[in-house]
Design a protein around this ligand. Structure first.
Ligand SMILES: [Zn+2]
Length: 487
């Protein structure tokens, strides 16, 4: 690997010295695309995976049906536009607003349910998916695959059992934080705020969360986390990580974006960075204009006034979707960024992290401004067209559009399988384990040692006692089993 990295660096450097801009890509004049292969056909043949859309809030809070044709002023995703854009799979974000304090998990499960409801309503067009194979299978059946990722580790309410319950409910990634630092991991959103208690990255519990996610097969998502949390997560995680919706800080200086050093760390980790489409994350001018302190103050005051005027009778918080119109109105005052800004970010991540470590994480339905030309998911083909124009090969484009993510998802699944098999070995002994050892005449002293070391996961019923006795099990062994269970 070292030699390969050296060669890649050498080629990149020599390319820069010659003023060539895309030395890592196949040159179009050396390998012209076959006549039949147009950008449209390349886009149509790709399995496209987007890893972040906030549509579930629309399902739940606005009663939006994915089958409805939705005006672009109101939303970025519906089944018609998904077909037009040839989107194969979407990770719907289970985003838990911090305002739901005390009810984080309830809110998360309500959002999860809303995704299942959509799949149930449109079984001919879409299907729930939980594995990389599911995504591929959905594609073969000409169905759109819906997956889910939790946005904001506070959703697990500091309870590992809830993390596991979310996995069982179908959640396949979790951002360790949203814009808020939680009780176990720091966020980039408030890392400068001295009033927030930070954890120098992550607490011991936070590290255990990452380990348990690895064991379950839930992808560790580092979008939104602070830099220290990012580096700690990479040290701990035994599986590749993703940034489900993050762009480049080198190009646009937002703390939510990733530095080049972080991009290289993701390469070493084997993960993938899915580029966010939001204008403020991909255009430095837009970011500055939209973060004008005076205007932000006015906008926030307007939102607060709206919340006060629209208090829910049941005391539940006013949701983002209710006041999104205000935020969109303020965002519209700033000129949208050209499509080129988005392509530049994809290109930058591909150059720094490598073309095997970049993908798409649109943040559709969660952002107030998208680049010119990208009004909705229907416009995804324009990204394919632009990348091909830039000199990327059709094979590279297919990786960016979904292949890279699929590889990472498979690796996360394989890591979970391995970890589960390993932990099984050290786990408490089953009755079958003990019976087998007794049957194989493992001597009493050795057997007792193993029983004491691992414990047993079964009760010594009279039936089991009789069966072990029939195999001539020592009374001391039976006593050890009874004691090991009590532990
Ligand atoms: Zn986000």
């Amino acid at each position: 690997m070292k030699l390969t990295q050296f060669l890649v660096c050498f080629l990149l450097l020599s390319g820069l010295a010659l003023g060539q801009s895309h030395t890592h890509k196949k040159k179009s004049h050396t390998a012209p695309p076959a006549k039949a292969e147009t950008w449209q056909s390349i886009h149509q043949s790709a399995l496209i995976i987007d890893t972040h859309a906030d549509t579930p809030q629309r399902f739940l809070d606005e009663n939006f049906d994915l089958g409805e044709n939705t005006p672009i002023s109101q939303g970025h995703i519906d089944l018609g536009k998904i077909k037009q854009g040839n989107l194969g799979a979407e990770f719907f974000s289970i985003w838990v607003e911090p305002e739901f304090k005390g009810n984080y998990a309830k809110r998360a499960f309500d959002l999860i349910d809303s995704v299942y409801q959509q799949a149930a309503r449109h079984p001919d067009k879409m299907t729930m998916a939980f594995t990389a194979d599911d995504i591929v299978r959905a594609r073969q059946q000409h169905k759109f695959a819906a997956l889910m990722g939790i946005e904001g580790g506070h959703a697990i309410e500091n309870d590992m059992r809830l993390l596991r319950a979310f996995y069982r409910a179908g959640v396949r990634y979790m951002t360790l934080t949203w814009s808020n630092t939680n009780d176990w991991a720091d966020s980039s959103g408030d890392i400068q705020d001295p009033n927030i208690k930070h954890h120098n990255g992550m607490t011991d519990f936070g590290k255990d969360v990452v380990r348990e996610m690895n064991r379950l097969g839930m992808i560790v998502d580092i979008s939104h986390v602070s830099d220290a949390t990012f580096y700690r997560a990479l040290v701990i995680s035994q599986a590749p990580v993703i940034a489900s919706h993050s762009s480049s800080r080198e190009l646009t200086n937002h703390p939510r974006n990733m530095t080049d050093d972080m991009l290289r760390a993701v390469t070493n980790n084997g993960g993938v960075v899915m580029v966010n489409f939001y204008s403020a994350f991909i255009d430095e001018n837009y970011r500055k204009a939209s973060s004008d302190p005076e205007k932000m103050k006015q906008r926030d005051a307007e939102v607060e006034a709206f919340k006060k005027a629209h208090v829910h009778p049941d005391g539940s918080p006013v949701t983002y979707d209710e006041y999104a119109g205000i935020e969109k109105k303020w965002a519209a005052q700033v000129q949208r960024t050209p499509l080129k800004s988005l392509i530049d970010h994809i290109d930058h991540v591909a150059r720094v992290a490598g073309v095997d470590h970049v993908g798409l994480g649109s943040d559709f339905d969660g952002v107030t401004s998208l680049p010119e030309g990208i009004d909705s998911v229907a416009d995804l083909p324009k990204i394919t067209q632009a990348l091909l124009q830039l000199g990327y090969t059709s094979e590279q484009v297919q990786k960016i559009l979904g292949g890279n993510f699929l590889r990472v998802m498979r690796e996360v699944e394989a890591t979970a399988k391995r970890l589960q098999e390993e932990s099984k070995e050290s786990d408490a002994l089953t009755f079958e384990d003990v019976e087998l050892m007794v049957g194989n005449r493992v001597n009493a002293a050795q057997l007792i040692e193993r029983i004491n070391q691992h414990g047993v996961n079964f009760d010594l019923t009279s039936d089991r006692r009789t069966r072990l006795k029939a195999e001539n099990a020592d009374d001391a062994v039976l006593d050890a089993i009874a004691k090991a269970r009590r532990k």
